[in-house]
Design a protein around this ligand. Structure first.
Ligand code: AMP
Length: 191
């Protein structure tokens, strides 16, 4: 089983590139953002809590996220691989993920760190906001999310670099150019 963390700032293309990987390798997509938005849509208790944080551009507290992932992993059948998209976002979440995967006799194989300049991130998120209807794709919330990313999530890169699993991917260019860079890294895992 291959476990990939797709890492990067909001707007770096994590969701788009996850779709490519799913099509190519048949991996299962684990997007905490999508899971939370589904909870909000169904107006569950978790959805109500999550909405308060998401609308402010803040992270949903670790305990909710870790519980959600724990539940999801406990229900998995045999998968070819998992793509974690938007998770982990804090060191506490990364440590929890490592522990959970140990219980499933597996580990994080690679972390793909998508690098995109800040002006392009803002540009992409504003464009997405016009079509996605997402409550957090407006300029004020985008700026908060980028700050949260720099303060709370970016430090995770060194956590994974120390484990020798971090791969930096240039996240600019066409979707398929970026996809090719990722495929080269993922294929090399199986050589
Ligand atoms: P995303 O779709 O990954 O951009 O996530 C949208 C929002 O959901 C984030 O800005 C957070 O408020 C929340 N969220 C998603 N994943 C996480 C996570 N792993 N930890 C905390 N909050 C999260």
């Amino acid at each position: 089983m291959t476990n990939i963390v797709i890492f990067g700032a909001p707007g770096s293309g994590k969701g788009t590139q996850s779709e490519n990987l799913i099509k190519r390798y048949g991996f299962k997509h684990v997007s905490t953002g999508d899971l939370l938005r589904a909870e909000i849509k169904e107006d569950t208790e978790l959805g109500q809590v999550a909405k308060r944080y998401i609308d402010k551009g803040q992270l949903v507290p670790d305990e909710y996220i870790i519980q959600m992932i724990e539940h999801l992993l406990s229900q998995l059948q045999k998968e070819a691989g998992l793509i974690f998209d938007g998770f982990p976002r804090t060191v506490a979440q990364a440590v929890a993920l490592d522990d959970l995967l140990v219980h499933h006799q597996t580990k994080v194989d690679v972390v793909l760190d998508l690098k995109v300049p800040e002006e392009e991130l803002i540009d992409r998120l504003l464009k997405r906001g016009q079509i996605s209807g997402r409550s957090d794709d407006n300029l004020e919330t985008i700026k908060k999310r980028l700050l949260v990313y720099h303060n709370q999530t970016a430090p995770l890169a060194s956590y994974y670099a120390n484990k020798g699993v971090l791969k930096t991917i240039e996240g600019t260019g066409t979707v398929s150019e970026i996809g090719d860079r990722i495929v080269r890294v993922v294929d090399a895992l199986h050589e």
